[in-house]
Design a protein around this ligand. Sequence first.
Ligand code: TRP
Ligand code: ZN
Length: 895
Amino acid sequence: MKEAQGKTIYLKDYLPPSYVIDETHLIFKLFEDKTLVRSRLLMRRNPAVGQQGLAELVLNGRDLELEKVILDGEVLDSQHYTVSDDTLVIPTVPDSFILECETTIKPQENTSLEGLYKSRVMFCTQCEAEGFRKITYYLDRPDVLSIFTTRIEADKTLYPVLLSNGNNLASGDLEDGRHFVTWEDPFRKASYLFALVAGKLKSVEDSYITCSGRKIQLQIFVEEKDLDKCDFAITSLKKAMKWDEDVYGREYDLDIFMIVAVDDFNMGAMENKGLNIFNSSCVLANPDTSTDQAFQRIEAIVAHEYFHNWSGNRVTCRDWFQLSLKEGFTVYRDSEFSADMGSRAVKRIEDVSFLRTVQFAEDNGPMAHSVRPESYMEISNFYTVTVYEKGAEVVRMQANLLGPEKFRQATDLYFQRFDGMAVTTEDFVQVMEEVSGLDLVQFRRWYSQAGTPRLDVSGKYDSQLNTFSLTISQSCLPTPSQAVKDPFYIPLRMALLDPQGKPISLCLELNEKESGDNDVSDELVLHFSEAEQTFVFKNVIEQPVPVLSRGFSAPVKLHYPYARDELMLLIQHEQDGFARWEASQQLALQILDELLLLHQQGKALAVDERITAAYASVLEAAVSDSSLDKAMLSNLLLLPSEAYLAELAEEVDVDGIHFVREFLRRHLAAELETKLLTVYEDCRNTVPYLFSAEEIARRSLQNTVLNYLACLDKPECWELIEKQFKTANNMTDSSAAIRALVNNPSEQSKALRDELIAGFYETWQHENLVVDQWFSMQSAVSAPDNLGQIVSLMEHPAFDIRNPNKVRSVIGAFCHNNAVGFHQLDGSGYDFLADQVITLNTLNPQIASRLLTPLTRWKKFSTQRQEIMKAALNRIKETPDLSRDVFEVVSKSLQ
Ligand code: TRP
Ligand code: ZN
């Protein structure tokens, strides 16, 4: 078994398939103990490969019981094929033939949530990446594109709704209270896009008229109890359909678009052709049960899956190494959509925060891989923040390099040229080059090299020559199997501010080697591409303050020795929202670093009051200027997260980071109490709930401020929190009241927190998704002794280890978001996680492997912690029957 576990697949070994499948006809007979699957495949040799390809036919299949194989109408006896754990091999087949297979599967016993499985009352599928092979024998790879017809038969009372991809062709009654429905998908697709759903479902219906006047039927299928939570997703879907027409010229292609909500789901959602399947937490919402954050997430994910219809389904990936071709591009598309729907600067800030905390950490850990990985053992482990979020940054850089018009021309050409094909990231970049005339040879390293480039920048002002020189050097740490990195091409959108904070006209001295846009303006893009380069600006008459990465123009770590007064100037005057926020983060980081050092030396903590002044001016602006974006102001008041501080640290001082960050929060709250109260009162509002960018922004500022007020340990503040909780007319405000109490260790705070948490459960125990939130609020309580709480939550009747959302909201929230509790020095957190991973390894390998991440970061911690973390990893590694998913992550992280 160990050998099969450790088998590595390499990009360099890619070969096109020896056979193609023109048509795939499937019949499913669903029963309560098993499902019979009958396939009829119209196959022929791949003309692109000709006779050089293998003569034998090798089909993928896992956990299947093979009943019968029929080749061109003849039943094959068992000497004419071989079945292994993961293949069916037929040594000789004609050039063109019909293959029929009958298999039995057991969806009811499938806890991996991959292939066909049962989620409570309904049947559903998840085929990406390699789940289709758990349904029937097939060429289960993304470059085999076939037309599918699907007939589903099931009990009519239990499963009145039977769905699959494409158009409904026929339906009717059968004997024994059963019925059938037949679906046909006219678009060729890869098997990972196949979907089937059967259940007692109700639907919310709407329609959309496309740009060419076609009427599309829209349906969201849910259990009856959730019918009141579909409107928002329908609205989001229509907005996404319109946006893709307006911004990318992409029209929907089928006459019907369906979404199904499923409670047990490994990821967020899946873009199956015409039949998207969603984790219910990513589609169901109403103001009573969902926070603003949940609404925004739903809007983004509905759009993401819809956008895949072009970036993923019509144009798909040649092999799974190309995953970012569809995911990076689609994340870029959905982030631009969200930016257009809400606050652009705030969307950018949120995306960059996430990238820098989670993706930079991945790039620095044992599973680091490039956007286009070179090898994998288990592809499910590569649905990562690197492939998704860094991949989106790589597309964003290309979009910015080309500019909006050329980029649109390029995407038009991409969709047109590769429609109906399975292609590579190389094809994507080539189209960008072809349309723009740019040379992207060096740029391609963003796809092939892992690791986050670090930029060290220094500035030198010469008052004699009136020049300002920026010297930039880049470096990138080794990552597994890539010891040495070549320089990246890094676009830096920058500006220089004068001492009054006004941008100055930029005039770059160009020599042959260095390049940059040469028009005189107050912003330009530096094309930084060598190990080290100096850029000289002329006619600079005063010492300027540089702004180095407006809009975070490249996914790099920037180091510039800003003086704190320079940061103050940027916070006050910089026009780019992202850069202004970044200056305030830099100021906070400098101050937190200083506090951490004092704390580690056992000295008294003294706060540089410039941060208090900066926050004071944000609070004043919130009251005096109602035209300012309150979401932006709210972000300006947020200290860097513990997770980001940990990512930046050489060696993570878990308790120190928590201590000084909480210290600074309490200090700011005490110093700014009156201003905070004024802003809170100003933002408090009892008008009926409205989901609009402006109202979300208001609630965000209100609740950020409430979080500070909660640190004050004052009866007036407890009263405010309690009042907000009791009078809230929406979930954002009521859950924010509880969350404001989470990090306060005082007894009074704990008492109130326990009271509110109990009340919350009382009210919401019948709403599954709210119970998830209830779990995660408690798991995130940053207390050293929180593990006991976690263990008792797992005994709560609402907890179910087979449900990924529950696992994420209890175990995940504790291990990922509660550093103080998880990293207890007695190793209890590590042991606990190892136990859970071992349990889940058998039930659901994908979830087990994802949960494991915090342990893989052992190199970032003290030697004392390293030893216990490694011991926990070793214990997992020694577990018999380790899944490929978990084996890959433990073995790589112990190397
Ligand atoms: N393609 C999906 C998306 O990003 C991702 C996905 C959904 C997935 N379910 C999965 C990936 C299960 C791996 C396994 O939109
Ligand atoms: Zn996706």
